[in-house]
Ligand binder design. Structure first.
Ligand code: ACO
Length: 356
């Protein structure tokens, strides 16, 4: 009851999370048929079929122009904003954007995280920001704005795979928050800001940074069992494991592991890091299965997210912002779908306090 487990709170044509069989369907396509095979713009065209009704090529052009509009906001970065964490600074920057329910607002909100996250990373490191380029795709442009160099095709493919993989995932906490706010007709940006707030927490999108902290603390495969057992004995949760819906392995973890393997050493993937991660995953699963034999705790999306985003050059405090760059597609599509129902979301609570 307290976590609304198994409650169906919306009908959607956007995605289906089949937790028993470990299947994710996005707009009628299995994740396996999308991840590593199509661009983020392709998936946005699917998610935004009702919101924008444009094909991939049109969306690619409109999104590129929206990135340029978002970049104009970077001129207003001040020291107070730069003192915040990247997730909080992203939220503050997003809050300055308009709040309508029109297509221009939807495009600007979709484009903005890909521009703001690299700009914040660079400015916090005392480096100049890099403007978007209309000729590039979304993933390629984000990587260029991050490093200032032309990314390899392997790196572009890896980021595209990541953005596609996290673009939508049923009624997760942030998407539900977006739908609740959208149902009040507050506007797309209000819905997105609510979603960003929910995404920040370590039980949702804030886990991948702590996954790397865990790998750093473990240091070598031989330490994994001892370190992980100590955490569990202290009642800590192992970051990157467990999921409310999946009772088998999260299919997104496999999609991202494949992307990492394709990226390879040439793309920045450190083989030793991957070996350590695989050892940690093995030990963690063995310990969790022993500790919770009835619960079926498996690897979730955040475990391999951490390794992939690290290999692509994103600092760990930017991981939640990169997640938002992909998930914004789902948030806005769900916000639009909720608005179209015309129904305010307003559940009831059961009073269990003192009688009057
Ligand atoms: N490590 C250790 N124990 C765990 C873990 C974990 N990662 N996950 C669940 N458990 C335990 C809980 O302590 C609980 O034990 P109890 O019954 O003795 O109290 C039991 O398994 C069931 O846990 P719930 O909290 O009911 O599971 P829920 O489905 O609500 O949790 C969640 C899902 C929040 C993701 C949880 O597994 C977790 O905290 N994981 C670690 C954080 C993480 O990886 N977050 C990213 C999630 S993916 C995403 O949102 C994009």
């Amino acid at each position: 009851m307290s976590g609304l487990d198994d409650v169906i709170a919306a009908e959607t044509t956007l995605s289906e999370v089949d937790g028993q069989n470990g299947r994710l369907v996005i707009c009628g396509h299995l994740l396996d048929d999308l991840a590593g095979k199509v661009s983020f713009e392709d998936v946005l065209a699917l998610l935004y079929a009702n919101l924008l009704g444009v094909d991939e090529a049109e969306l690619r052009t409109e999104l590129a122009h929206a990135r340029l509009r978002a970049f104009a906001e970077i001129a207003h970065l001040d020291d107070n904003l730069l003192a915040l964490s990247i997730t909080e600074a992203l939220r503050a920057l997003m809050a300055r954007l308009p709040d309508g329910e029109d297509r221009s607002t939807a495009l600007l909100l979709t484009a903005a995280p890909a521009v703001f996250v690299p700009a914040l990373i660079r400015r916090k490191a005392g480096r100049a920001t890099i403007a978007p380029d209309l000729s590039r795709g979304h993933a390629a442009d984000m990587l260029t704005m991050l490093s200032g160099e032309t990314p390899s095709s392997a790196a572009i493919a890896a980021l595209d795979t990541y953005l596609v993989t996290v673009s939508d995932h049923g009624l997760n906490a942030s998407t539900f928050a977006a739908r609740v706010v959208a149902s009040t007709r507050a506007g797309y940006n209000s819905a997105m800001l609510a979603a960003l707030g929910a995404l920040k927490g370590p039980l949702h999108g804030g886990a991948p940074g702590p996954v790397l902290d865990m790998l750093d603390a473990i240091e070598t495969p031989g330490n994994a069992e001892h370190w992980l057992a100590g955490e569990l004995a202290r009642g800590e949760r192992l970051m990157g494991f467990g999921h409310r819906i999946y009772r088998v392995r999260d299919p997104r973890a496999d999609a991202l592991k494949k992307a990492l393997q394709r990226l390879g050493a040439a793309g920045g993937m450190n083989a030793e890091r991957l070996d350590l991660a695989e050892a940690v995953e093995r030990e963690a699963l063995a310990l969790l299965h022993r500790a919770k034999p009835d619960r079926k705790l498996e690897t979730n999306v955040e475990f391999f997210t951490a390794l992939l985003l690290e290999a692509l050059g994103f600092p760990r405090d930017a991981f939640t912002g990169v997640f938002a760059t992909g998930r914004v597609g789902g948030w806005l599509a769900h916000a639009h779908e909720q608005i179209e129902t015309g129904r305010l979301i307003r559940p009831q609570s059961k009073y269990v306090g003192k009688a009057a």
